[in-house]
Ligand binder design. Structure first.
Ligand code: SF4
Length: 922
């Protein structure tokens, strides 16, 4: 925000601040007015600190700018240097802002394809979208998608993050809402430009309208209407704030939230929390738990440490309260021992769950201590797992490193590590791979899927419990007096003084690897080697630390301090195999190898047919890979501790259980015993379940073993309670309450994997030719193949009757496909009904599929000339129809094309200019 003579001018990022953290807005307002806090320090009144960029921040900024530059260069290649007009950054004066705004308006009025860093300024708001691109242009293909409509532009922002944050979407919407100030109507769509592919955690994405992936990156499209109301709300909240006299918020810090990670005030707020001994300092205490405790009058670490049982908030379970109180007590104790000479103080440990230690496997000479390093910015921000480090025991701690510096190297390093580890575990059947926290197994899964290699070996390691997460063991069995359970914080207990080197943590290692890449690119090979040696040393210490932690944990367990681990690998294997029979089908590998044999290494060099072969090869294992995470999380939940389950979004750990109806024996045709349970959940952690949903109820297992689950159906789902009908075999009746409600078992994909495998086999047999097949037509991006003509029949050939044109096209298909698209209300279901009748009358068999049973039923009813099932109330239907009419009219105006029509495949779209659209069918 900027204060000019007579007014405040806010930016899109100020609006994001309103949404992400109102406290930040207050601090920025006070800082802009030059205020200081009411707090004092040794040097007098305390100023509000803005943090300077750390090396990690600088790295992120540099890569963000490079990502934006790549898109800029791509657009210049597509539309020519004259087709992209760049607006200079204006000086922070009203006159300069107005001039830049006017230059932007003129460029847009002239119909330039792309305006880069255009200035939008309406006197109170200023924004600079990375790109304003004419609405009829496809920035990915660099081509027109339809006739140009004068003065229609859409905003695009380049974002390095793969995840579309609410702030990024709000920022875009603010630009979209400000476009009328330069004579452009508010557009229907706005877009984020992400990097092509990231190697970091596979995150679930919010639901965008469309997503298109290409070499230069991924375009994620959002509907402006969905978000613009939030812009108005944020602007008015910000205006209210700025209308009031600036004042430093009291207190001048606020509780942590996700936005703190990138906030310029993070050090300021962190110091405030530390000085106030805020509850957020307690390791593992969540934000919602902090609120509940504060509401109960417990606001500081020491207060929680001294809290009585009767101070427990009603919505917090006794076990959770006791655990947090113990953590606070230990931390308060350690903090009391800190001095200037000994800033860490005395770290103490308390055993809370010996069964966690009992779960440790028996040590074996073949054990491996494993740690990986990754750089999310490498390879144009696509990310790279560049080091697989391992320590084994033979005459001391022997370190070995598997390095990768490009994508092909990543595959090789991954394969070499997995082969080496698998071979070692085969030679040492009692050995395990120890790691700390879930990064390593997640990365192994991701790499197996990414490179389509060693999937079975990785699966065997995971399903066979050969990877052991010592972090999970620590969390389940111990309380440590440190404010974090990162392994570095635990080291004073078993490896004091380990971190003397330059690279001390994961962030340092990313910065160091970036510096290695820069040295290497500059030809400074000696310097590059020096940096690599530092990273290797950091990684070695992590592996050694994992080994020493293991030894220390075994020492805590004592010679007879626990039951040996109960290895349930066999049971897991059985279930996993039943869940995914492709896992044991070695023929898949041979099939994939045949399909991809001879393809160039770089996908950019593939021809259309080669790309189709690669896609088909990837599809061979698709359902196996798709289902694996669900099964892994299924099995992970069986051994997870309460805190882990409580923090998971897909399950619920009720505060209390009530038996509403006790067990009823099987009777009549019912073979299972049933009971009705009511679960009351913490109101601050809403459960994720809906009425009618199939779920599982988790019963913790004995020490060291997995728990068991039973089936249940949600009979009623209210915000704070669940009514669950549990059913079990008669001999599985439990008298105790479950611990948690878990999602239902993953959906089994059969028979789709077999169908894909069949197509892959036919294709492999026909190579180097590709057989004529509708699925291959899609993968090859070929237009529908017709008998006797090349192009689809046009409605004009059938007196303008579009349905007749579709029926004619389907009748001419030469074993190919036809896609039909259209918005809701365009008549797709009616068309599907006519088409089904038409085909049945010709003696054909018709398969109908959809993601919803209702859509299938409606298509079948339409085929028999009946109205749709479960019609909506008249007013809802009318509203839907009006909305559909408006959308259709809007689409026609924007794209100058009918509401629905036979769709052309992507390759043809790129040539002819049709906008990519979501597929739609009856
Ligand atoms: S550090 Fe966190 S709480 Fe403080 S202003 Fe920034 S986002 Fe808000």
């Amino acid at each position: 925000m900027h204060r000019f003579e007579d007014r405040w001018v806010v930016s899109a990022s100020d609006l994001v601040d309103v949404v992400e953290c109102g406290h930040r807005v207050g601090l920025a307002h006070a800082l802009a007015a030059g205020l200081v806090t009411g707090e004092t320090s040794e040097n007098g009144p305390r100023r509000i600190d803005r943090v300077r960029l750390t090396p990690a921040d600088t790295t992120a900024v540099r890569h963000g700018e490079a990502h934006e530059r790549r898109w800029l260069e791509h657009l210049r290649r597509c539309f020519g240097a004259d087709g992209v007009v760049a607006i200079e950054r204006p000086a922070p004066t009203l006159a300069a802002l107005a001039q830049a705004h006017e230059r932007t308006r003129q460029a847009l009025a002239a119909g330039v394809p792309v305006v880069y860093q255009g200035a939008l300024f309406d006197g109170a708001f200023q924004g600079r979208p990375d790109f304003l691109i004419a609405a009829h242009l496809d920035p990915v293909a660099g081509a027109s998608t339809g006739p140009a409509v004068a003065g229609r532009y859409e905003p695009y922002d380049a974002k390095l993050a793969r995840h579309a944050s609410p702030g990024a979407v709000l920022q875009l919407a603010a630009y979209a809402a400000a476009l009328p100030s330069v004579g452009v109507p508010v557009p229907r769509f706005m877009h984020l430009l992400h990097p092509a592919q990231r190697a970091t955690a596979p995150e679930p994405e919010p639901e965008p309208a469309l997503g298109v992936g290409v070499g230069v990156g991924v375009v994620r499209t959002f509907r402006v209407d969905d978000v613009v109301p939030m812009v108005g709300h944020a602007r008015s909240r910000l205006a209210d704030r700025l209308a009031a006299a600036p004042a430093v918020p009291e207190p001048s810090w606020a509780e942590p939230r996700s936005a703190c990670a990138t906030c310029a005030f993070s050090a300021h707020c962190a110091r405030g929390r530390a000085e106030a001994r805020d509850l957020s300092l307690v390791a593992g205490l969540r934000g919602d738990q902090r609120q509940v405790l504060r509401a109960a009058g417990i606001t500081a670490v020491e207060e929680l440490a001294a809290a009585r049982d009767d101070q427990r908030p009603a919505t917090m379970s006794p076990a959770t309260f006791a655990g947090l109180r113990l953590q606070a007590e230990l931390q308060a104790g350690q903090d009391a021992t800190r001095t200037a000479d000994d800033p860490v103080g005395t770290v103490t440990v308390r055993m809370t769950g010996p069964e966690g230690l009992a779960a440790l496997p028996v040590p074996d000479p073949g054990d491996i201590y494993f740690d990986m390093e990754g750089d999310p910015y490498a390879l144009d921000a696509a990310g790279l797992e560049y080091l697989f480090g391992a320590v084994t025991l033979a005459d001391g701690e022997l370190f070995r490193a598997f390095w990768a510096h490009d994508r092909a190297g990543e595959r090789q390093a991954f394969e070499r590590f997995v082969d080496w580890a698998t071979e070692r575990l085969r030679a040492h059947p009692g050995a395990h791979i120890y790691h700390y926290a879930p990064y390593e197994p997640n990365a192994l899964r991701r790499l197996a899927a990414r490179h389509g290699t060693r999937e079975r070996q990785v699966d065997d390691l995971l399903a066979g419990h050969r990877l052991v997460d010592l972090y999970a063991v620590v969390r389940r069995s111990l309380r440590i007096s440190q404010p974090s359970y990162s392994i570095k914080y635990l080291e004073p207990l078993f490896l004091p003084g380990a971190r003397q080197a330059e690279v001390k943590n994961a962030t340092d290692s990313i910065v160091a690897y970036e510096s290695f890449l820069a040295h290497r690119a500059a030809g400074e090979l000696a310097a590059a080697d020096r940096v690599l040696a530092q990273i290797a040393d950091y990684n070695r210490i992590d592996c050694v630390s994992t080994h020493r932690l293991h030894r220390w944990l075994l020492g805590l367990r004592g010679a007879d301090g626990g039951t040996p681990r109960i290895d349930t690998a066999a049971a897991v294997d059985t279930a996993a195999d039943a869940a995914d029979d492709a896992l044991v089908d070695a023929a898949d590998d041979a099939l994939v190898d045949t399909l991809v044999a001879g393809l160039p290494d770089d996908p950019a060099d593939w021809t259309g047919d080669e790309r189709a072969r690669a896609l088909l090869a990837a599809a061979v294992g698709y359902h196996r890979r798709e289902n694996k995470p669900a099964w892994w999380s299924y099995f992970a939940a069986l051994t997870a501790d309460r805190a882990t389950l409580e923090s998971a979004d897909d399950c619920a750990v009720p505060v209390s259980w009530t038996v509403v109806e006790d067990w009823v024996e099987p009777a009549g045709r019912r073979r299972r015993s049933r009971r009705l349970l009511q679960a009351r959940v913490d109101p601050d952690r809403p459960h994720p379940f809906d009425r009618g949903e199939a779920v599982r109820l988790l019963y913790p297992g004995p020490p060291g073993a997995e728990g068991a689950t039973t089936d249940a159906v949600v009979e009623r789902a209210e915000p704070h309670t669940l009514l669950l009908r549990e059913s079990v075999a008669p001999d599985g009746v439990a008298r105790r309450p479950p611990l948690a409600v878990l999602p239902g078992s993953p959906v089994r994909p059969e028979p789709k994997p077999a169908a894909i495998r069949g197509l892959a086999r036919r294709t492999a047999d026909a190579l180097p030719d590709l057989p004529a097949d509708p699925a291959l037509d899609l993968l090859r991006r070929r237009p529908p193949r017709l008998v006797g003509r090349d192009d689809l029949p046009a409605p004009g050939e059938h007196d303008g009757d579009q349905i007749a044109a579709v029926l004619a096209a389907v009748s001419m298909l030469d074993g190919s496909y036809l896609a039909v698209q259209g918005p809701p209300g365009a008549g797709k279901t009616y068309l599907a009904g006519r088409l089904i009748r038409h085909l049945v009358e010709q003696g054909r068999t018709v398969g109908v599929c959809s993601t919803s049973h209702k859509a299938i039923e409606n298509a079948m009813l339409a085929a028999t000339g009946q109205p749709p099932a479960d019609p909506k109330p008249a007013d809802t239907r009318a509203a839907d129809a009006r909305a559909a009419d408006a959308r259709a009219a809007d689409a026609r105006a924007a794209d100058a094309r009918p509401a629905w029509r036979p769709a052309v495949p992507a390759a043809k779209k790129q040539r002819s200019g049709a906008r990519p659209a979501s597929a739609a069918s009856g």
